[in-house]
Design a protein around this ligand. Structure first.
Ligand SMILES: [Mn+2]
Length: 321
């Protein structure tokens, strides 16, 4: 039996279904979750529970519309469908006890596109060549003959657009462009959606100017940082700093970017690369991960030490080339 048949069979059979995405969700994770909810509603009357350990960022809430909301506490269920997560620990990292005591008893479905996906779950629909999990969800839905109307088309378009950096990253394939074209054919008007996806708050934009002031560039490695004090002073939140790293990576001569954000005794690091270093590999060394050209990691070190260690590690990798 192929995995699509197994998926629909287990959906039909299950009573309480949870669709879950990774903590610190991005547009692709949220969009794929919603697409999966749509798939479930095609076969069931009862809505699935949507789970994400972190709250959905304000800027992505337009994706949910009036129909959907996410919970941050995992309810009892007999089926968990995890989307856009390379490991189940990306979904349940904060719940060691649930992982061992409860999750093992359930069926877990793994729908993902990350190269580092470790093959968890009883049913796996993992396509490492897909641009995004949203692209995979499009293929699943159309493969099952489910018609995609405009509201869902918009959601899927947002997921693909975000994960391909607006169709600029190397994961932009003819297939992802073909899917995007079909979504436009289904009624998507890209302009207003992209405006929403890229929307910044004024406080966030003023914060960006402060962060850009911390830029240092040496040997093709660019770095910059954001401290808690800067956040407070600008009346901004951590979510405002999402994608700041792309400004660093855009600078001429910068091959690898390191954006450090101070947290309580820890430092959150976003990494970007032009390909000279595989930042997914690098991030995984410190318990993080992502993709070859874009990855993240949470280091249990204060900002200065995290910066020193990360830049040292990148330099060592660059020397190997
Ligand atoms: Mn993704």
């Amino acid at each position: 039996m192929n995995s699509l048949k197994r998926l629909t069979k287990i959906i039909r059979k299950s009573k309480r279904i949870v669709v879950a995405t990774h903590f610190n969700p991005d547009s692709d994770g949220i969009s794929a979750t919603l697409a999966c909810a749509h798939l479930i509603l095609h076969y069931k009357r009862r809505k699935p529970v949507l789970y994400c350990h972190s709250p959905i960022p304000v800027k992505y809430q337009f994706l949910l519309g009036r129909t959907w909301q996410f919970v941050t506490e995992l309810p009892a269920s007999d089926l968990i469908i995890a989307v856009d997560s390379p490991r189940i620990s990306r979904v349940f990292a904060h719940m060691g006890h649930i992982r061992s005591a409860h999750l093992d008893a359930k069926t877990i479905v793994n729908i993902d596109h990350h190269k580092s996906n470790n093959g968890f779950g009883e049913i796996r629909i993992v396509n490492k060549r897909a641009s995004s999990t949203s692209e995979i969800m499009y293929t699943i839905l159309t493969g099952l003959g489910i018609r995609i109307r405009k509201p869902l088309a918009e959601i899927l378009y947002c997921g693909i657009y975000s994960d391909t950096g607006g169709f600029t990253y190397p994961n932009t394939t003819s297939e992802s462009l073909r899917v995007a074209a079909e979504l436009v054919g289904a009624g998507v008007q890209a302009g207003p959606l992209i405006k929403k996806l890229n929307a910044k708050t004024l406080d966030g934009t003023l914060l960006l100017s402060k962060v850009l002031n911390t830029i240092e560039i040496r040997n093709g490695i660019g770095s910059m940082y954001l401290t808690q004090a800067m956040l407070e002073k600008n009346d901004a939140t951590m979510a405002d700093s999402e994608n700041f790293v792309s400004f660093l990576q855009a600078i001429e001569g910068v091959r690898v970017s390191v954006f450090l954000r101070e947290e309580k005794k820890r430092t959150r690091i976003s990494l970007r690369s032009d390909g000279i270093v595989d930042v997914d590999c690098l991030a995984r060394r410190y318990g993080g991960g992502g993709h070859r050209l874009a990855a993240g990691v949470l280091m249990k070190k204060e900002l200065r030490a995290a910066k020193r260690d990360m830049i040292r590690a990148i330099r060592a990798e660059m020397r190997k080339k």
